[in-house]
Design a protein around this ligand. Structure first.
Ligand SMILES: NC(=O)C1=CN([C@@H]2O[C@H](COP(=O)(O)OP(=O)(O)OC[C@H]3O[C@@H](n4cnc5c(N)ncnc54)[C@H](OP(=O)(O)O)[C@@H]3O)[C@@H](O)[C@H]2O)C=CC1
Ligand SMILES: C[C@H](CCC(=O)NCCS(=O)(=O)O)[C@H]1CC[C@H]2[C@@H]3C(=O)C[C@@H]4C[C@H](O)CC[C@]4(C)[C@H]3CC[C@]12C
Length: 275
C-alpha cells in the first residue's frame, strides 16, 4: 500500500523546484525533455558529448524559466564520467529528485555485421552507464523519495530485425531495472523506476537511420518527451508511447513492413508459432 501511494493526476507544478538530471539532452527527445522541465520551473542538469549543443540547450532552458540550468559534457562510454555527472548534481544541489537516463551511443539499422567490439561499447554506453549513474544517485534519490526514468524502446520488448546490438542493450535495461524495482518493493525503498517503451519517434538521428526503411509516420518528440516526464512524476512502472505500441502478445504494431535495399520485407513481428 505504501509503495503504490503514487499520485493519480499529473500537474506540471509537481516539477517546480525539482532537481533533475537529463542524459542525452543535446538533441532529440532528451533536448525536448529539458525544455519541458525548464518550462515547469525545475532545476536541470543536462549532459551529452557535444559542448556547443549543450550550451545552446542550457541557454534555451534559462529563457523558458528553469529554476537553474547547467551542463556537463563527456562520453558515457566511460562509467567514471557517468558517476561524475551525478557528483556534479550532488555538489551543486546537495540532492537529486529525478534521474532521466536517455542517451544512446551510435549504432546502425542493418543486418548484424559480427562486430563484437561494437556490442561491448554499446553495452557500456547504453546499459552500464545507466547502472553506474543509478548506483551513485541512489542515496540522494532515497533521501528525496525520487524517480528513476529509463528510456527504452519496443526493441527492448519485441525484437525485430536490423537492430541486434541496440536491441540487446535495451533488453538488458529491462532485465536490470525491472528486477531492481522488485527489490525496492520488497525493501520499502520509495524510489520509483519508470521504464519507457517507445515506438518510432521523429528525432533527426532516428529518421536519418530508418526513414528509407520504415514508411509509417513517426510520433512527435515533443509529446513523447512530455509523456516521459509525466509517467516518471506519476511513478508509473512502464510507459508505452505511442499508446498501444505493443499490441496483444507483445507484438509490434507497425512492424509488418520494412524496406531493405529497395526490397519490401513483409514480416510477422515477432514470429509466433502460428505464423
Ligand atoms: N527516436 C526513436 O525513434 C526512438 C528512440 N528511443 C530511445 O529514446 C532515447 C533518445 O533517442 P533520440 O532522441 O532519438 O536520440 P538522439 O540520437 O537524438 O540523441 C542521442 C543523445 O545521446 C547523446 N550521446 C550519443 N553518444 C553519447 C555518448 N557516447 N555519451 C554521452 N552521450 C551520448 C547525443 O549527444 P552527443 O552526440 O552530443 O553526445 C544525444 O544527446 C534513446 O534512449 C533511444 O533508444 C526509443 C525508441 C525509438
Ligand atoms: C539506429 C537508430 C540509432 C541511431 C543512432 O545511432 N543514434 C545516436 C546518434 S549519436 O551517437 O550521434 O548521438 C535507432 C534508435 C531508435 C531505434 C528505433 C527504435 O528504437 C524503435 C523501433 C524498434 C524496432 O525494433 C526497429 C525500428 C525502430 C523504429 C528502431 C529503428 C532504429 C533506431 C532508429
Amino acid at each position: 500500500v505504501y509503495f503504490y501511494s503514487a499520485p493519480e493526476n499529473f500537474n506540471e507544478e509537481m516539477l517546480r523546484g525539482k532537481r533533475v538530471i537529463v542524459t542525452g539532452a543535446s538533441s532529440g527527445i532528451g533536448e525536448q525533455m529539458a525544455y519541458h522541465l525548464a518550462r515547469m520551473g525545475a532545476h536541470v542538469l543536462v549532459t551529452a558529448r557535444t559542448e556547443a549543443k549543450l550550451q545552446k540547450v542550457v541557454e534555451r532552458c534559462r529563457e523558458l524559466g528553469a529554476a537553474s540550468a547547467r551542463f556537463v559534457s563527456g562520453s558515457m562510454e566511460d562509467t567514471a564520467f557517468a558517476e561524475e555527472v551525478v557528483k556534479e548534481a550532488e555538489n551543486t544541489w546537495g540532492g537529486l529528485d529525478m534521474l532521466i537516463l536517455n542517451h544512446i551511443g551510435h549504432s546502425y539499422f542493418n543486418y548484424f555485421d559480427g562486430d563484437v567490439d561494437h556490442i561491448r561499447k554499446l553495452l557500456e554506453t547504453n546499459f552500464l552507464s545507466y547502472v553506474a549513474m543509478t548506483v551513485t544517485a541512489l542515496p540522494m534519490l532515497k533521501e528525496s523519495e525520487g524517480n528513476i526514468v529509463v528510456v527504452s524502446s519496443v526493441a527492448g520488448k519485441a525484437p525485430g530485425p536490423f537492430a541486434a546490438p541496440y536491441s540487446a542493450t535495451k533488453f538488458a535495461l529491462d532485465g536490470f531495472f525491472s528486477s531492481l524495482r522488485h527489490e525496492f518493493i520488497i525493501e520499502n525503498v520509495n524510489v520509483s523506476i519508470t521504464l519507457c517503451i517507445l515506438g518510432y519517434i521523429d528525432t533527426d538521428n532516428a529518421m536519418q537511420a530508418v526513414s528509407h526503411a520504415i514508411k509509417v509516420a513517426p510520433s512527435p518528440k515533443e509529446e513523447c518527451a512530455l509523456e516521459i516526464i509525466r509517467s516518471g512524476a506519476l511513478r508509473q512502472h512502464e510507459l508505452h508511447y505511442p499508446p498501444g505500441i505493443l499490441g496483444t502478445a507483445g507484438s509490434l504494431r507497425y512492424g509488418h513492413k520494412i524496406w531493405h535495399k529497395d526490397k519490401l520485407l513483409s514480416l510477422s513481428w515477432p514470429q509466433t508459432p502460428s505464423s
